[in-house]
Every structure is written in C-alpha cells, then in structure tokens.
Design a binder for this molecule. Structure first.
Ligand SMILES: NCc1[nH]cc(CCC(=O)O)c1CC(=O)O
Length: 301
C-alpha cells in the first residue's frame, strides 16, 4: 500500500515527520511512503507576529486542503499548531508518545532566567510566553521574534537578543537540545496546549490509514492532550488570546489521575486567570476533553 504524507518544509517539520514515518514503516514494512511538501500561510508570512496576522491554523490550512483533495493521506503536525476544531471530514487518528512539553531558555551569556540582568532583551512572539515571562521577571524587555527554530537561533547568535524561549521538544527533534541553557518548569512557563506532542491527521472515512496509524497511538498522551484541547475549545482560542494548558498523568499508589493546569489572559497579557484540578484518570478521550472544557469554561466565567 502507498501512503502520501504532507509536510511543511521547515527543518523541524521535516525532521519530525520523517522520524514519524520511519517508525510507521518499522511497524508496517510493506508500506510505500511518499513525501508531499506544502507551503502554508504561516510559512509565507514571516515578518509579522502571528497574533497580528490573526486567524486560526495558519500552519495547517493548506495541508488540510491537501488531505481533503486526496493529494495526501496523512499529515504530521505539531499538535500545538492545530486548532481545537477540525474541518469536516478530517480527524486526528494518532497521537504518539509525547516529547518533553516544557519551554526552555536559550541564553548563552547569562544561562538562566534568574541570571538575566534587568532590562535584558528576550525574544518571543508567543503571547503565552510573554505572560509567563512577565509574571516571573516583570523587569525584562520582551521583544517580538518570529521565524522557524533555526531562524530564531540565528537571530540570537547575531546579538539582537540576550535570550529566546523555545519548546524543548523542537530542539530535541532537531538534535539541538544542547542549545538550551535552562529548562523552564511548568510553574514558571506553563506550556501551550499540546506542546511536545504530534498529531497525525487523516480523512475520517479512510479506515485503512486509521488502522495503520493506530500502531503508534499513545493513550496516556492522547488523554492529556484531549484535556488540554478541551480548554482551548472552551476558550475559542485564536492566536490573539494567551492560553496555556498542561495535563499530566499522576500515579500515586494504586490510583492514577489527570492533573490539569491552565491559564488565560486578555490579549494584552493583563488579567491572568488560572485554574488547576486533578480528576481520576478519564476512561476515554471524550471524558478527558469534557474535563478540559469544564476547566476552560470556569476560566471564561
Ligand atoms: N510555534 C511553532 C512551533 N510549533 C511546534 C513547536 C515545537 C514542537 C512542539 O511543541 O511540539 C514550535 C517551535 C517552538 O515553539 O519553539
């Protein structure tokens, strides 16, 4: 059987989709895998913060069009880039085991957040990261910075910034995790919905492909991400709303539970509302999403 996978052309997109399809090939050695590269709106607009461009799913729209028109059969996304509600006819059929969900600081000169001098320039265009940084270090100067991971590392090296904040998962997948100089724990930088996890999207009516993908699905990751995406859906988040949500599986003795932390704030980063709750491990992704929806609604109220 032949399977075509759609991917963006950034170094991270290529690295993570090729690593995923290599695992898929190990699980199903007879599969013939074909790569279809797609340029998305998010890739084309590199000069403005996405929060200004507006709209949802700027890194996935053209890829979803390739799936719906049968030019591709699967898409490997960073699930953090995928809006809460998918187009009719598509679904996330597989969520593989999560990579590290945490943010990191890349700061060759000063190392850690505490080590940064007053007024140091930190580059990020993520509203969520701005809220996190501002809460921990209101004295820092946070400046917009866009571009792929490689572009951002280059801008840091060129001296425009003293530090940048990135997802550890992206660096790991690029083999660049040694660039991180400090890990920012969730207490300092609550991760984005789905950060560190992939989501493999396909046509809902493509039963063959769904069955192939099932081999690489990770239920614990899927439950946590479903809860986080519940928060996203309840808040109808677009790129203009700072939202964070992080679910974790917690085992204590015989009991397994899901611990969810989330925040939302106004677009300007003011009025941050936080929520945190632990429930018994949900029996299904739907139950996990309902939990996230409830937390999200409590934040909206
Ligand atoms: N915003 C772009 C993006 N989308 C996914 C990742 C990293 C990988 C992941 O979170 O799974 C990144 C880069 C970053 O935030 O540093």
């Amino acid at each position: 059987m032949k399977l075509t996978y759609a991917t963006r052309r950034s170094a991270l997109a290529l690295a993570q989709c090729r690593a995923f399809v290599a695992r898929l090939k190990l699980a199903h050695p007879d599969l013939e895998l074909v790569e279809e590269q797609v340029v998305t709106t998010g890739d084309k607009i590199q000069d403005r913060p996405l929060s200004e461009v507006g709209g949802k799913g700027l890194f996935v729209k053209e890829i979803e069009e390739a799936l719906l028109s049968n030019r591709a059969d699967i898409a490997v996304h960073s699930i953090k880039d995928v809006p809460g509600v998918l187009p009719d006819g598509l679904l996330i059929a597989c969520i593989p085991a999560r990579e590290d969900a945490r943010d990191v600081l890349v700061c060759p000169r000063f190392g850690s957040l505490e080590g940064l001098p007053k007024g140091a320039k930190v580059g990020t265009s993520s509203l969520r990261r701005m809220v996190n940084l501002h809460a921990a270090r209101p004295d820092l100067s946070i400046l917009p910075m866009r571009g792929n991971v490689d572009t951002r590392l280059r801008k840091l090296e060129e001296g425009e910034f003293d530090a940048i904040v990135l997802a550890r998962a992206g660096l790991v997948r690029l083999g660049l995790e040694n660039r991180a100089t400090a890990i920012l724990p969730p207490e300092i930088s609550l991760p984005a919905v789905g950060q560190g996890a992939l989501g493999i999207e396909c046509r809902a009516d493509d039963a063959k492909t769904r069955a192939l993908l099932a081999a690489l699905h990770d239920e614990p990751t899927s439950r946590c991400v479903a809860a986080e995406r519940g928060v996203l859906i309840a808040l109808e988040g677009d790129c203009k709303t700072p939202i964070a949500a992080y679910g974790e599986r917690v085992v204590s003795g015989d009991s397994v539970s899901l611990h969810l932390r989330a925040f939302v704030s106004d677009p300007d980063g003011k009025n941050v509302r936080r929520a945190e709750e632990t429930v018994p491990w949900p029996a299904s992704d739907e139950a996990a999403q309902d939990f996230g929806l409830r937390i999200g609604r409590s934040l909206r109220a």
